[in-house]
Write a protein that binds this ligand. Structure first.
Ligand SMILES: C[C@](O)(CO)[C@H](O)COP(=O)(O)OP(=O)(O)OC[C@H]1O[C@@H](n2ccc(N)nc2=O)[C@H](O)[C@@H]1O
Ligand SMILES: Nc1ncnc2c1ncn2[C@@H]1O[C@H](COP(=O)(O)OP(=O)(O)OP(=O)(O)O)[C@@H](O)[C@H]1O
Length: 294
């Protein structure tokens, strides 16, 4: 085998709570994650040259060491002392700096793909241990599906599955830095924490109505204050039939949950005709066919 093609799926946070700031600057979190059906496509090819080369369809995305896929390939090559070069292509559909873990998912696809291409036999746990050195969301992007994410994001418990529904994604035209959002989060008694234990129960019951009333994202307290347009989109989604609507991750993407495909399609068309048109996606919850070897 000389090359491999991988799909890298986006995630949303059905629930996101931050418990405390740690000594190392990171935060302990308690999050409920869900993979959605929007994906980037990546190809990895062995090359005779010794270096790593990258090509993407987005001119503004770095194609050097700054790209997280470059970092993932470098990490893999160093771990297994691979001297041969690797050429990667990335076709991005997941909006960048959106709160959808696009970069983290690309990095996870790189580690998973190279593990298959070079037959290095790393288990899911070993891939996750490598992955967390690239970013806190990378271990989850290796696991995928419905999951509870704790620690900084590396302690994962598979859940679910979440009840079936349609998920509409709308990204306003602004880029949000995850680091900025965490650094500006105030964790005092005035900040309402989402009820993650109740969400876990709702998922266990397979009850969408019970789930949607418990969903929440504490990072909205930072990002929405800075960008009120996020609240406008949330309200617009509710007015267009969403059962609930929330910001994903550190933002700015807003997602809406729909239990009726016709209503979801109508809302999709509404947003497609708005100023956000290029950054509107109608998706579903997604689960990998074959989980990786544990
Ligand atoms: C917001 C989320 O996307 C929700 O899933 C994640 O918590 C962030 O995951 P990520 O983007 O993979 O995060 P990283 O690339 O590792 O970190 C970016 C920055 O976010 C902050 N960060 C991230 C994760 C975490 N548990 N605590 C943090 O404080 C740190 O300041 C870090 O410098
Ligand atoms: N392969 C990649 N895809 C997307 N962004 C990348 C990639 N490599 C590097 N980046 C850079 O990483 C930054 C964050 O992009 P990304 O799309 O991963 O954010 P995100 O969706 O907010 O992630 P998260 O939800 O994990 O916080 C951007 O500034 C982008 O330039």
């Amino acid at each position: 085998m000389n090359s491999i093609t991988m799909k890298a799926y986006a995630k949303i946070n059905l629930g996101l709570d931050v418990l405390r700031k740690r000594e190392d600057g990171y935060h302990d979190v308690s999050m409920i994650m869900q993979t959605v059906s929007l994906y980037d496509t990546l190809t990895f090819r062995k090359s005779r040259k010794r270096d790593i080369t990258l090509k993407t369809n987005l001119p503004y995305l770095p194609s050097d060491q700054k790209n997280i896929v470059y970092k993932a390939i470098e990490l893999f090559k160093n771990t297994f002392h691979i001297s041969e070069g690797i050429h990667a292509t990335i076709y991005k559909r997941i909006p960048v700096a959106a709160g959808l873990a696009g970069g983290s998912s690309d990095a996870a696809a790189a580690l998973k793909g190279l593990n298959t291409l070079y037959r290095t036999g790393l288990t899911l746990k070993e891939l996750m241990e490598l992955g967390v050195t690239l970013g806190a969301d990378v271990p989850y992007c290796l696991l995928m599906g419905t999951a509870l994410s704790e620690g900084i994001g590396e302690i994962l418990t598979p859940l679910g599955p979440m009840p079936s529904c349609n998920i509409l994604l709308v990204k306003p035209d602004l880029n949000v830095s995850t680091k900025y959002v965490y650094e500006n989060l105030v964790l005092d008694h005035t900040v309402p924490h989402p009820d993650i234990p109740s969400m876990l129960k709702a998922i266990e019951h397979g009850d969408l109505a019970e789930l949607i009333v418990t969903m929440g994202n504490i990072l909205e307290t930072v990002t929405v204050k800075e960008y009120p347009v996020i609240n406008h989109i949330k309200n617009d989604m509710i007015n267009n039939g969403a059962l609930t609507s929330l910001m994903s991750g550190s933002g700015p993407t807003v997602f809406g949950i729909y239990d009726n495909p016709a209503t979801a399609e109508k809302a999709y068309k509404y947003f497609k005709n708005s100023s956000y048109k290029k950054q509107v996606f109608l998706t579903n919850p997604y689960w990998p066919d074959l989980p990786l070897k544990q």
